[in-house]
Write a protein of this length. Structure first.
Length: 713
């Protein structure tokens, strides 16, 4: 049998066919993947209507997210020199190709191969319009295939003039300018048809490729070089004469820079919503995705809070620091306890820039005595069965090398738990925490949404609010909301739901109710916290409706707080210097309590007065004669003791006084406790702690009517 002779060219042919088939298979696979989730051509998106819109709880428009300052103009109003400059720079064969320019792609590939890096992309203006309108900026084969497919579709549906008009109205020119009209206004304070010079047109045309790097505001030399490249291209393609070129190149860059407006309604609340959305969906989807976001904001309450926090009369002596910021500063958060909806949020006395520092959500400060109900009294009632009339012993005690002291230097001896909380007795708080143990108390606090505790918060001084990191006003407001909600914690949220541009729901933000403590524990705490306001350190928050709350003052008055609630609304007010500066003789029971009262009394003016659930136990608060060296009754712990882990056993409790009536709920406590959910368990969504139906996030459409009388279900 004759052996077949090896044919080299046949071998090369077979290998080539296999390579082509293999490569074709890969390309087909990538193409199929590109087709799989390719977005639809949405005319509204092409027109630039892609900003995320925010609506309030009644479906009324509040704001658009993003920094887009876009004013669309017709192609007929755009000067020819600007259109020519853009075409010479971005796509000189725009009127010859059908969406994808194979010649430009080949040229770009050759340049990239020669340069050893990705320098040119070969994308047409049509492809760029598709990319900025529908696709992510990722440089992947899938995205490029989708870009090419959509570009060809776009060319079949729109004329070249329409595509160029949409591109020039959409593309970003830097410094907050989207579209040629905004760019002309921001950089030159001119309208687009208001005699733009050739040099000015060339400057604008050079910006879209890298708006930050070529910014004439930040980098004028780079902008000048880029402008001259554009002019050179225009000369190369015979779009201008040599004399026009020479005249334009000789022209200096003369700006009349007018930054875009940055003001928007309810800025701190909107900033917080923006932060959450960006963290969840990414900037591209938030600022260009056309989302519709329905939020929990109560406009009237928010406006009241903003007005009062901006009023200098509500602060100690005001000074302006070296950064031009008024000090001391303030923050406030107000939450509907039964839903977890954030109704108002203010992160400072004034809002001066987009997404500025938000003290309500981003600032951690020492909470002082506002932390006592969370870390000491609440756990003692929950785990040790204490009640408002339980007797505690306010006497000197030492734990390791720390001896807690009371602010007024008075030791009251045998007092009730109610008295200890109303008068903010430090020694009792330390003893309660020691008896409960720090791990159990910390777990209790975490169940109330206090997430900022860390492994360094291990000393008994946390009973007085001496924390390693501190808490945010939002955290503290959420914790007090659980007391108001009879022991059920609902994570605070400013968002009801998020919808896609077509109206389909992307996500509902209803939080799952979580039982953080027994109902009887919350009722006892509410009973005692009412005494704080009635005749304790928080009397300046007293109003013509039931109020429960706690004051807080840290070392030398660096942080002063009031945290409180009514049956309808829970909230926190903080005042302090950004530089952590002392405010001697200022206390949580003064400015913060008064500010809290002003906001809540106005916000609930049209809401009927109703009591807290449950009966009040006999309310007797023993107030001892002050020592001559003691401070005002509103004084609290104004010095933070050192933390110490070397704790000796000490039992703070005496037997209960049988002559004083026990705390009693509306029904029998033992029976209630047996029937209620165990702390730590989730509650069926849509019900409150008593099993009644909770109000759900309403189905809202823009244009709904506001009803203040029904603000709080």
């Amino acid at each position: 049998m004759t052996k077949r002779k090896f044919n080299f060219w046949r071998f090369i042919f077979v290998i080539s066919v296999l390579v082509v088939l293999f490569a074709g298979g890969i390309l087909m696979g990538v193409a199929a993947a590109g087709f799989k989730d390719i977005p639809a051509l949405n005319p509204n998106v092409l027109a630039g209507n892609t900003s995320t819109e925010i609506f309030d709880e009644n479906g009324e428009f509040i704001a658009r997210l993003g920094t887009e300052d876009r004013v669309p103009v017709k192609i007929s109003n755009i000067p020819d020199n600007l259109k020519d400059a853009v075409l010479a720079t971005e796509d000189i064969r725009f009127f010859q190709h059908y969406g994808v320019d194979l010649r430009a792609i080949a040229r770009a590939a050759w340049v990239n191969i020669r340069g050893g890096e990705l320098r040119e992309g070969g994308s047409t203006i049509t492809q760029q319009l598709v990319k900025i309108s529908f696709l992510s900026p990722d440089r992947t084969f899938k995205r490029k295939i989708q870009e090419a497919i959509l570009a060809i579709q776009l060319e079949r549906q729109y004329s070249k003039e329409e595509i160029l008009e949409m591109y020039l109205n959409r593309v970003y020119f830097g410094e907050g300018a989207y579209g040629v009209q905004s760019a002309a206004k921001i950089y030159f304070n001119k309208d687009i048809n208001d005699n733009l010079t050739l040099a000015e047109a060339a400057l604008l045309a050079g910006l879209p490729q890298a708006p930050s790097a070529y910014s004439p505001v930040q980098y004028p030399e780079s902008a000048l070089k880029r402008r001259n490249i554009v002019l050179s291209n225009m000369l190369k393609y015979n779009l201008i004469t040599e004399s026009q070129y020479n005249e334009a190149v000789a022209e200096e860059i003369k700006l009349d820079f007018t930054p875009p407006k940055e003001k928007y309604s309810y800025p701190f609340f909107i900033d917080y919503v923006t932060e959450l959305l960006v963290n969840r969906y990414g900037e591209a989807n938030v600022f260009k995705g056309g989302l519709k976001v329905y939020v929990t904001l109560d406009r009237e309450l928010q406006e009241i809070a903003e007005k009062e926090l901006a009023n200098p009369v509500n602060y100690p002596h005001t000074q302006v620091n070296q950064d031009g910021i008024a000090q001391p500063q303030g923050a406030a958060v107000f939450i509907e306890p039964h839903t977890g909806y954030i109704k108002a949020l203010v992160g400072g006395r004034e809002h001066k820039q987009l997404r500025q520092f938000n003290r309500a959500t981003q600032m951690h400060r020492q909470p002082g005595s506002t932390f006592k109900p969370i870390i000491a009294y609440g756990p003692a009632v929950e785990y040790k069965g204490l009640k408002s009339n339980s007797t505690v012993y306010d006497t000197p005690v030492t734990y390791g090398n720390w001896s807690p002291k009371n602010d007024d230097n008075v030791f009251r001896g045998s007092i009730s738990l109610r008295t200890a909380l109303a008068k903010s007795v430090n020694v009792v708080a330390a003893k309660l925490l020691h008896d409960v143990t720090i791990p159990k108390a910390t777990k209790f606090a975490q169940g109330l949404g206090i997430e900022s505790l860390d492994d360094k918060d291990t000393g008994l001084s946390i009973a007085l609010g001496g924390l390693h990191k501190g808490v945010t006003p939002l955290e503290l407001a959420g914790a007090y909301s659980a007391f108001a909600n009879r022991g059920v914690y609902i994570a605070p949220t400013p968002i009801l739901r998020v919808e896609k541009p077509d109206g389909t729901v992307l996500e509902d933000f209803a939080s799952v109710p979580h039982r953080a403590m027994k109902r009887s524990t919350a009722d006892i705490m509410t009973d005692m916290l009412q005494s704080v306001v009635e005749r304790g350190t928080g009397t300046q928050a007293k109003m013509n409706r039931p109020v429960a709350g706690k004051t807080g003052t840290t070392d030398k008055g660096k942080d002063i707080w009031f945290a409180g609630y009514t049956p309808e609304l829970a909230g926190v007010v903080w005042i302090g210097h950004d530089e952590n500066k002392a405010m001697p003789h200022e206390y949580g029971g003064t400015y913060p309590a008064r500010l809290w009262k002003k906001i809540v009394s106005q916000g609930l003016a049209d809401v009927p007065v109703k009591p807290f659930p449950g009966q009040r136990a006999p309310d007797s608060v023993y107030v001892p004669k002050p020592d001559p060296s003691s401070h005002d009754d509103n004084d609290e712990d104004d010095e933070m003791p050192p933390k110490d882990d070397n704790i000796e056993n000490n039992n703070p409790f005496l037997p209960e006084d049988d002559d004083e009536e026990d705390y009693d709920d509306e029904d029998n406590d033992d029976e209630d406790d047996a029937n209620e959910e165990e702390p730590g368990s989730d509650i069926t969504p849509g019900t409150n702690p008593d099993g009644a139906i909770l109000p759900q996030a309403p189905s809202i459409s823009p244009g709904g009517n506001s009803n203040r009388g029904n603000m709080f279900p």
